[in-house]
Write a protein that binds this ligand. Structure first.
Ligand code: GAR
Length: 201
């Protein structure tokens, strides 16, 4: 069975989309563990609701990023996942994690990278009057939102659309695209040489 680890920091709606896709066999695999760096993340409740093994590793308890990453590595080594999905995990990883799980960590980011790495992407789109926005799923390396792109989903920005409205629409396409990409990993049909590009309404 293809084993997935999901790392979260907050609401966990993308985690829920993955749980749902596993239940419906859209993803031929199972979520083995959910790890949150934030003890108050609502996503933990989602894991509990579905009886999924979860662990809280509070980054505030560690002096350095490397120490925190080492704790993640130790936990993940136990579970030995085939794929680690950062789904709203708001920490920059160091080489301690990226070297331990080379080509096994993917992240979902709410912008059309390389545009707008980091935070506040929806506000940036509105402020700059961009005509399009979107999401990116990419491999994780030590560069913030900088790893090889696997898939992107694009939407057109409506006239006078607010950043909150954009956030809602972006979330909806994340919930479609993340399970598709993870299912391709699980089936062994992911093609890292060709970016999956979808346009949404
Ligand atoms: C998602 O929009 C995800 O793309 C973003 O956080 C949100 C988490 O939502 N991730 C990042 O900004 C990472 N740089 P969720 O907790 O409801 O899945």
């Amino acid at each position: 069975m293809f084993k997935i680890a999901v790392l979260i920091s907050g609401n966990g709606s993308n985690l829920e989309a993955l749980i749902d896709a596993c239940k419906k066999n859209v993803i031929n695999g199972s979520i083995d563990i959910v790890i949150s760096n934030n003890p108050d993340a609502y996503g933990i409740q989602r894991a509990k609701n579905h009886f999924i093994n979860y662990k809280i590793i509070d980054n505030n308890r560690f002096e350095t990023r490397e120490d925190f990453d080492q704790a993640l590595v130790e936990e993940l080594k136990d579970s030995n996942p085939d794929l680690i999905v950062l789904a709203g995990f708001m920490r920059i990883l160091t080489s301690v994690m990226t070297e331990a799980f080379k080509n096994k960590i993917i992240n979902i980011h709410p912008s059309l990278l390389p545009k707008y790495p980091g935070l506040d992407t929806h506000n940036s789109v509105v402020k700059n009057g961009d005509l399009k926005h979107g999401i990116t799923i990419h491999f994780v390396n030590e560069v913030l939102d900088g790893g090889q792109i696997i898939a992107q989903g694009e939407i057109s920005v409506n006239a006078n659309e607010t950043s909150e409205e954009l956030k809602t629409r972006i979330h909806a396409i994340e919930h479609v695209m993340l399970p598709i990409v993870v299912s391709k990993f699980a089936d062994g049909t992911i093609n890292t040489k060709r970016v999956i590009y979808e346009k949404f309404k």
